[in-house]
Design a protein around this ligand. Sequence first.
Ligand code: MG
Length: 398
Amino acid sequence: MKGLAVLGSTGTVGEATLDVAARHPDRFRIVALAAHSNHEALFAQVERHRPDCAALVDRQAAARLTHRIAAAGLPTRVLAGPDALAVAATAADVDAVMAAIVGAAGLASTLAAVDAGKQVLLANKEALVLAGPLLIDGARRSGATILPIDSEHNAVFQCLPPGCLTGGAPAGVTRIVLTASGGPFLRARREDLAVATPEQAVAHPNWRMGPKISVDSATLMNKGLELIEACHLFGLGPNAVRVVIHPQSIVHALVEYADGSVLAQMSRPDMRVPIAHALGWPERIDSGSAALDLIQIARLSFEDPDYERFPCLGLAQFAARCGGTMPAVLNAANEVAVAAFLGRRLNFAGIAAVIESVLQQHEAGAVTSLADALAADAWARERALRALDSIAKQAAGA
Ligand code: MG
C-alpha cells in the first residue's frame, strides 16, 4: 500500500489524482489532502477518501472545515496555516507526494517533500522554474525520486532509456521536443490578441485546466516555463530543448537520440494518463482514460511557434539562457501579470510587456538557497506591480 499526500487536492490535477487513486484501492491510501482555502470541496474529498489529515492554508477556511468534520464525526485531523502544506507532505505515513499547488506558493512544501526523501510527483512547474537546482540537488542528497507530472515532461520521462531517473543528462539523448497545442489564440490576428478577454483566454481547445495555466497556455508562457522545467529535470541546456506547435495535443513530447531515432509518447489529452504513469511507476496501471483511436484522429501536424505574436516564449528562452535568478523573476512577473489580466486590470498584450520590463531591470544572481529564490520572487513581484501602475497611468493619460 502506497500512502499518498495530495497537495492542491481541490484543483484539476488534484481531482484527477484522486480519481486515478480511487480506481486502485488495493494500491493507494490517501493519507493527507491539502488545499489553499476551498473548504467545501476539501470536506467532500475528506468524506469520500477518509485521509488521516486535511490541511488548508487559509485559517478561517480551516476553522470551518474543522467544524464540519467534527459535526460529521470523522476522525480526520485538520492542519491550518502556510506551514500546514509541508507538515502534510512530510507525515510519516506518506510515501508519495503529489505536488499540485499552482505557482510559487507550492515551492516550500515541494522542497520539504524532496528533503524528506519522499517520492515527489511534481505537477508544480513553478517550483522547478524558481528553484530547479535546489530541488534536483535536494533529491540527490535525500534519495527522493522526482517523477514529472506535467504531460510533456512525463512524456519525455517515458521516452528515456529504462532505469533513467530525472536530474541528469541521459546518455545518447541529443535533443528533446516539447509540443504545444498553441492554445485558443493559435490563429488569432495580432490586433485581436491585444483585446482578448479572460473568458477567451481560458477556453482551451484540448485541455481542461485551472485559470492561471490556461492563460499561460494562451500566451505560450506555459511552454516557456516548461522549457526551463525540462532543462532542470533532464540536465539539458536551453538549446537542446525545442518547442513545436502540435494543435491536436496527441504527441506530448519527443526524444531525439544520437543514432537518429526519435521516440514519442502519445495519448489523449487527459491528465490522468501522466498521473497514472507516475502513481504506478515503474508498473503500468489503469488511468480511466479511453484508448487512443488513431484512425479517428487521422492527422497529426507540427509547425514552428510564432515568436512575434507570442513574445512570452522568447522571454522564457532568454531567462533560461541567463539562468540563476532570472527564471524566478520571469515566473513572478508572469504570476502578477496574469492575475492582473484575469482581474481585467491589464490587457492580453500587456502580460508580455510587464514581464519584459521586469526582466530588463534584473541582473541575474545565483540561486543557492530557498531564500535566494524567494528574494528574487519578491523583488520581481514588486517591480511587476510598479510596471502595472505605469501601464495604467499611460492608459489613463492616453
Ligand atoms: Mg504541460
